[in-house]
Ligand binder design. Structure first.
Ligand code: PMP
Length: 386
C-alpha cells in the first residue's frame, strides 16, 4: 500500500533524524497512532493469550458462507454496530478481510462478471481515496478497470461505484454520484464512526465495508469486515479471499473480537461506571485537534479548510460537528501545495493523487500528540513568515 511504502521510505532516510526542530514530519499516511494512549490506559483489558494448540485449523465455521469467519469476531461486529447504530446487520452476510483493502479487491472481483465483453468500469467521485485507481488497475485485470471521476462518467452499461462516506480525503458525507440504475455500489464506510462524523442513521446498503484501522485505530491488526446482502456476492468475495490468502488470520480475528468487545463495553458502561467510552475519548481528542487547526488556519491568509455543518448524532444524542481523520488543506496562493509544505519539512499527499488540484493536500489528523503539535507550530510559523 502507498501509505506504508511512503512511511518506510521516510523512516529509513538517515538525514531525517537530525534534531527535533529539523525533523521531517510525515503526515502523508493515515497511521492511527493517536489512539495508542487510550489503549494503553485500558491495560490488560484487550490482552489475549493464544496457546500453541489453539486456532490451528484453516476452518472456523463451515456453516457460514464465510467459512473462515471466527464466530466470536462476528458476534462482536454485530454488537458494535448495534451499540453505535451505524449499520444494519440483519439480513447481511459478514465477510472478514485482511483489512478493508483486501475486501475492496474481493468486492471488485465479486461484482464483475467473467462473461462480460469488456472489463467493468470502476469509478469514484473526485477527490477519491488515492489507492482506488491503483487497486483497480495494478493487476491489469480483464474483469474491471479504473474509469476515473464518477462525476464525469457517462459510459452506458454497468459500472462499479466506490462511495466513500465520510470521504477520504475531504471528510464530506457522500451518496452515489452516478445517477443511473446499472450501478453496483461499494460503500466504503471506514470513517462512519462517531469520533469523525455525526451518526445520522444505520447504513443500509447492499455492500458496506468497515475496518478496525480507522474505527479503533488497530491498523496493524489488519482486520476489516464487509456486510453483504446478496448471498452470491458474499460467496464470490469469500472465494476471492480463499484464493488470495486461504482465509484471514484467526489470531487477528480473536484479537479484533476482544478489541471490539472492549469498545462496546466502554459505551454500554459509560454511565454506570463514570468512565469514558472509546468514542467519547476519541471524539474529544479530535475536537481539540480540529479547534487548534482551525485557529491556526484562520489566523492567516495562506490556507483554507473545508467547512462542515453540525448535525444530530444518534450515538451521542446531541448535535456534533464533523471532524475528519484528514485535513484537506488548500494553499490559497501556491500552485503545488505538497512541494511547498515539503520545503517546510511537512510531508503530505498531493491533491493530484486524489484526482484533484495540486493546490490541495491531504494531511493526517491521527498521528501522535507530539507530531500533531509540531504540525500546528509549523503551520503557524509558515503563516507568520509568508
Ligand atoms: N478505505 C478507505 C477510505 C481508507 O481510508 C482506508 C485506509 N487508509 C482503507 C479503505 C483501507 O484500510 P485497511 O486496509 O487498513 O482496512
Amino acid at each position: 500500500m502507498a501509505d506504508a511504502e511512503s512511511w518506510l521510505a521516510i523512516s529509513s532516510t538517515p538525514s531525517l533524524h537530525n534534531s527535533t526542530r529539523e525533523k521531517v514530519i510525515n503526515l502523508d499516511h493515515g497511521d492511527p497512532t493517536m489512539y495508542e494512549r487510550f489503549w494503553r490506559q485500558m491495560g490488560d483489558k484487550t490482552t489475549i493469550t493464544i496457546p500453541g494448540w489453539q486456532s490451528m485449523s484453516y476452518l472456523s465455521d463451515v456453516s457460514k458462507i464465510c467459512w473462515f469467519l471466527e464466530p466470536e469476531f462476528a458476534t462482536e461486529v454485530v454488537r458494535l454496530h448495534r451499540v453505535v447504530g451505524n449499520a444494519v446487520t440483519e439480513g447481511r452476510h459478514i465477510v472478514v478481510g485482511t483489512g478493508s483493502s483486501q475486501l475492496i479487491l474481493a468486492a471488485l472481483y465479486a461484482l464483475s462478471s467473467p462473461h462480460a465483453a469488456e472489463p467493468i468500469s470502476v469509478v469514484s467521485a473526485a477527490p477519491y481515496y488515492s489507492s482506488y485507481p491503483s487497486m483497480a488497475d495494478y493487476q491489469k485485470s480483464g474483469l474491471y478497470q479504473w474509469a476515473g471521476d464518477a462525476e464525469n462518467f457517462d459510459k452506458e452499461g454497468p459500472y462499479i461505484e466506490l462511495v466513500t462516506s465520510p470521504n477520504n480525503p475531504d471528510g464530506y458525507r457522500r451518496k452515489s454520484m452516478v445517477n443511473r440504475s446499472q450501478g453496483l455500489l461499494i460503500h466504503d464506510l471506514a470513517y462512519y464512526w462517531p469520533q469523525y462524523t455525526p451518526i445520522s442513521s444505520p447504513s443500509d446498503h447492499d455492500l458496506t465495508l468497515f475496518t478496525a484501522s480507522k474505527s479503533t485505530g488497530h491498523a496493524g491488526m489488519r482486520i476489516g469486515w464487509a456486510l453483504v446482502k446478496d448471498k452470491e456476492v458474499a460467496k464470490k468475495m469469500t472465494k476471492f479471499i480463499e484464493l488470495n490468502t486461504i482465509g484471514v488470520s484467526k489470531d487477528s480475528q480473536l484479537r479484533a473480537a476482544k478489541v471490539l468487545k472492549a469498545v462496546s463495553e466502554s459505551c454500554e458502561q459509560e454511565n454506570h461506571q463514570n468512565g469514558e467510552s472509546f468514542f467519547k475519548y476519541s471524539y474529544n481528542l479530535m475536537a481539540q485537534r480540529w479547534k487548534q487547526l482551525r485557529e491556526v488556519v484562520d489566523a492567516g491568509d495562506m490556507f483554507t479548510l473545508p467547512q462542515f455543518s453540525p448535525a444530530f448524532c444518534t450515538f451521542f444524542g446531541k448535535e456534533t460537528e464533523p471532524q475528519p481523520a484528514f485535513m484537506w488543506l488548500k494553499c490559497v496562493d501556491v500552485e503545488d501545495c505538497e512541494t511547498f509544505l515539503r520545503g517546510h519539512k511537512i510531508l503530505t499527499r498531493s491533491g493530484r493523487q486524489f484526482g484533484a488540484s495540486p493546490k490541495y493536500v491531504r494531511i493526517s489528523m491521527l498521528d501522535t500528540d507530539e507530531t500533531f503539535i509540531e504540525l500546528i507550530e509549523r503551520l503557524s510559523a509558515i503563516q507568520e513568515l509568508e
